[in-house]
Write a protein that binds this ligand. Structure first.
Ligand SMILES: NC(=O)c1ccc[n+]([C@@H]2O[C@H](COP(=O)([O-])OP(=O)(O)OC[C@H]3O[C@@H](n4cnc5c(N)ncnc54)[C@H](OP(=O)(O)O)[C@@H]3O)[C@@H](O)[C@H]2O)c1
Length: 330
């Protein structure tokens, strides 16, 4: 797999990354054995960036990765870990904690769960409105100085926050939602990243499966976060799936699947962008990998954007209660 470098200070990684969130219940039940096999298949295919969060399955995701990565050369993969989201035993979310003492505490637990002596990219999952970003990033910088962390990353913050954080310590990458149906980053965030030499790891490139070509209205089961997502809700999803059908026609003409086209479109937006693949099965991973080999022409890209024009999706990308925690809109 070709590599891409995360900003001017970050590591070189395989041009696609693996996001492990779906392996810990975000999309309903998952199977640990199949998740582990998917991690192995991803690494064997040349993926090196593996993204997790300490709150994914309240530690389950890190423990799963610890086992899946056991025996692999620690320098052969790059661990990206998000911290700061507070959860309860029932799984509910309780805001973000970016206090320096919390950063040190979260890190101590993550290192233990992951069974490693360092994390490659450590990032607050969301801005804590009560704590200046300088303090949170300053605490990560201290952990870099102490040898526990290699790089600072950010997640879902606006351009102003990126500048403030970058002034404290060079930021390797921003993780943020970016897809054909979520293009808000293009206005201010992406130009700011490029000005400062910061990479972008794009999540939700398939809009949680909505634009994967495999989604049907009414498919979200209880326990699947998509059951509460406005984009998937009745009244919106039907419209959004008409966009997918338009994309399917372009995909057929290019000999690709819908998911491959959607991933390739994100990858084509710049060599500074690494799309994260949210596969939790080898079958989905196998479909996603060839996306990198699609050499989309300017005409192809224009056709894709004609099928799914910017801003054409209906519904917010998160439930209302979560929208205020995001750096950009839809
Ligand atoms: N920083 C943040 O705030 C943030 C937020 C969310 C996620 N993330 C990270 O980004 C990663 C990816 O995000 P996401 O899950 O929202 O991404 P996504 O790739 O847009 O959606 C993944 C969903 O699409 C389905 N899908 C259908 N065809 C697929 C294919 N060929 N390849 C991959 N998936 C396919 C998946 O599998 P099934 O069909 O098996 O359901 C899954 O349900 C997460 O795992 C996490 O690490 C970060």
């Amino acid at each position: 797999m070709r590599t891409r470098t995360l900003g001017s200070s970050g590591p070189a990684v395989g041009a696609l990354g693996l996001g492990a969130m779906g392996m810990s219940g975000a999309y309903g039940t998952s199977d640990d054995a199949e998740s582990t096999a998917t991690v192995h298949a991803a690494l064997d295919a040349g993926i090196t960036l593996v993204d997790t969060g300490d709150f994914y399955g309240m530690g389950h995701n890190e423990l799963l990765l610890r086992e899946a990565l056991r025996g692999r050369d620690r320098d052969s993969y790059v661990l990206s870990v998000k911290f700061g989201m507070l959860r309860g035993p029932g799984g509910g979310f309780g805001g973000a904690d970016g206090r320096p003492e919390a950063v040190r505490n979260f890190l101590a637990y993550s290192l233990t769960r992951l069974g490693t002596d360092h994390i490659d990219i450590y990032r607050p999952a969301r801005l804590d409105p009560a704590v200046p970003i300088e303090e949170t990033v300053g605490a990560v910088k201290e952990m870099i100085d102490a040898g526990y962390v290699r790089h600072v990353g950010l997640s879902e913050v606006d351009a102003e926050t990126i500048r403030r954080a970058h002034a404290v310590h060079p930021i390797a990458d921003l993780q943020i939602e970016y897809s054909l149906v979520s293009r808000a980053v293009e206005a201010d965030v992406l130009p700011t990243l490029r000005e400062l030499g910061i990479g972008l790891t794009a999540y939700g490139v398939l809009s949680r499966g909505l634009i994967s070509g495999h989604w049907n209205a009414g498919q979200a089961a209880p326990g699947d976060a998509r059951a509460h997502s406005p984009r998937f809700s009745s009244g919106n999803v039907e419209h959004n799936l008409t966009l997918v059908e338009a994309l399917r026609r372009v995909a057929a003409a290019t000999g690709a699947t819908v998911a491959q086209l959607a991933i390739a479109w994100v990858a084509a937006q710049g060599a500074d962008i690494v799309p994260l693949i949210g596969a939790r099965t080898r079958e989905r991973l196998t479909e996603a990998l060839p996306a990198l080999d699609l050499n989309l022409t300017a005409d192809d890209l224009a056709e894709i954007e004609k099928a799914v024009p910017a801003g054409s999706a209906r519904g917010d990308r998160y439930p209302t209660a979560f929208m205020s925690g995001l750096g950009v809109g839809n």
